[in-house]
Design a protein around this ligand. Structure first.
Ligand SMILES: Nc1ncnc2c1ncn2[C@@H]1O[C@H](COP(=O)(O)OP(=O)(O)OP(=O)(O)O)[C@@H](O)[C@H]1O
Ligand SMILES: [Mg+2]
Length: 272
């Protein structure tokens, strides 16, 4: 791992003072805004009057029980899922329904999933250069320089010529982060990026995320990693049954949850 990756112990230390992007936040610049968003899957009402703002440089952590709509909410933000009503704006622009405008806006939002979704038949370098070449129309040499910078940033530059199957899960997930960063997104969405990893690889991914937060990246992270949430989040959103029940600073959320649902959720998750 390269030297720019911080101390791997920090991510698992829930008592460490929060060092999130706080200082980088520009509260006048809203990058993501969900307004009265509703979504059904058939008869199942999965998102209920979701209202949310994420400003530039802010790190939002989304927590909540399984099935509460966290992934669906993330997926609506880059239009992997449509919504029934309401408005989603990315940097002030309403999310287009389809077409070139949608592709352009989607490129502003980097997404990292639980499963790494790397192309198995392409090298690590090719995985990272693909979108900059196809979507941003970069020439190959520039795209490769950019890809190497991003792979260096996440500490896997020495793996560039390998195939995904030759890397550990933690390395593959860091490549997935590098691939998203290569598009120079305005916002990064993470949906449980460490939950498919072996325990010893969780921190190497969380450390990269903490570094991104500290560098001022705007981030929305769904995670069960409460140590990370305490350390990196500027704001915690708690979802249950398709609704946002609480929105608060990490200290307030963890120390003084306002709802019984959040209290029950925390007592379950923190006793493990
Ligand atoms: N494509 C789909 N079709 C039908 N129902 C879906 C679909 N995707 C999700 N759901 C349902 O919508 C609800 C919200 O799911 P979602 O995946 O957003 O929850 P989550 O909070 O991310 O849960 P988890 O913590 O388990 O990942 C669940 O009841 C789920 O079964
Ligand atoms: Mg989910």
């Amino acid at each position: 791992m390269s030297e720019n990756i911080s101390n791997p112990t920090v991510a698992s230390s829930p008592t460490t003072a929060r060092s999130g992007a706080g200082a980088n936040i520009d509260t006048n610049h809203t990058l993501v805004e969900l307004s009265h968003v509703e979504k059904h899957f058939g008869r199942l009402h999965v998102l209920k009057d979701i209202n949310l703002k994420v400003t530039k440089g802010e790190v939002l952590v989304v927590v909540g029980p399984s099935g509460s709509g966290k992934s669906t909410m993330c997926r609506t933000i880059n239009r992997l899922e449509s919504i029934d009503s309401g408005v989603i704006r990315i940097d002030g622009e309403p999310l287009p329904e389809e077409g070139k405008d949608l592709a352009n806006l989607r490129a502003e939002v980097g997404m990292v999933f639980q499963s790494f979704n790397l192309f198995a038949n392409k090298t690590i370098l090719d995985n990272v250069t693909l979108a900059p070449i196809k979507v941003r129309h970069m020439d190959r040499k520039d795209a490769e320089d950019l890809a190497m910078d991003m792979l260096t940033r996440v500490g896997v530059e020495s793996q560039a010529s390998k195939m995904p199957s030759q890397l550990s899960g933690g390395q593959q997930q860091r490549v997935a982060i590098a691939r998203a960063l290569a598009m120079k997104p305005k916002i990064m969405l993470f949906d449980e990026p460490t939950s498919a990893l072996d325990p010893e690889m969780v921190n190497e991914v969380l450390d990269v995320m903490i570094e991104l937060a500290q560098e001022g990246m705007t981030m929305i992270c769904v995670t069960h990693e409460m140590g990370f949430a305490r350390k990196a989040a500027d704001k915690i959103v708690f979802m249950a049954d398709g609704r946002i029940l609480e929105e608060n600073t990490p200290d307030e959320f963890f120390e003084h949850p306002k709802t019984q649902r959040a209290h029950d959720f925390l007592s379950k998750i923190l006793t493990h």
